[in-house]
Write a new protein. Structure first.
Length: 222
């Protein structure tokens, strides 16, 4: 199947951001006199945007606070000061994005992460230029798993679902793609929070570099 438009999740799909997210959360929590979170705890909190991430961190480490908005603002201040200290592209990401662009595909980011952090991170990691559209959780009216997040991206790319695909790593990406009528390919190495057997994407991939071949093997019925 020839896909003229490809939509990508960010965290857990293109970048491994777990350690920088954890570092930012733990500094915020330390300033509040709360315990640190483990990497596995943070992994299960990622996927619904930064406000949800902070809310889950606060719930996991103590009683709810009336200052959740202030905690969110402090987390973002810390996190944006060190977006790429420990965050890295997964192996093969830049080379594969280049290949897909060279083959004529238009690419977009669909993430629940805030826009400013997303754009800055893409720039710092050297891949911002591969994307024709970047749609983030704080600048769109609908966020994954709502399929309208993806449909808005396709509108910006001037592409139809039948000629497009979603590439992600977790249940939000899967649900959004299914609702939008897009085939979906999921990466096993990401931040999945549900048992993998509960999802039936067109394919699971262990390596990002396998994506061009996987896309080529999709059929219109997928």
């Amino acid at each position: 199947m020839k896909c003229s438009a490809l939509l990508f999740d960010l965290d857990g799909t293109l970048v491994d951001s777990l350690l920088d997210l954890r570092s930012g959360l733990n500094q915020m929590l330390s300033e509040m006199g709360r315990r640190e979170l483990s990497p596995e705890e943070v992994r299960l909190m990622i996927g619904d945007g930064s406000r949800a991430l902070v809310g889950r961190a606060l719930s996991a480490t103590g009683s709810p606070t009336d200052a959740e908005d202030a905690s969110y603002q402090r987390f973002m201040q810390i996190y944006q000061a060190g977006l790429s200290h420990l965050t890295r592209l997964y192996p093969g990401v830049e080379e594969t994005l280049r290949t897909l662009r060279d083959e004529g595909a238009r690419l977009a980011i669909c993430t629940n992460k805030p826009q400013a952090a997303t754009v800055a991170l893409l720039q710092q990691l050297g891949i911002a230029g591969y994307f024709d559209a970047i749609l983030c959780g704080d600048v769109v009216p609908f966020r994954k798993p709502d399929p309208r997040h993806l449909l808005l991206a396709l509108e910006q790319l001037r592409a139809a679902p039948k000629e497009s695909a979603m590439i992600g790593d977790n249940e939000n990406d899967y649900a959004a793609a299914r609702g939008a009528g897009l085939p979906v390919i999921l990466m096993r190495y990401g931040y999945l929070r549900v048992p993998p057997e509960t999802l039936t994407p067109q394919m699971w991939l262990d390596r990002f570099s396998d994506l061009p071949q996987a896309l080529g093997s999709l059929t219109p019925r997928d």
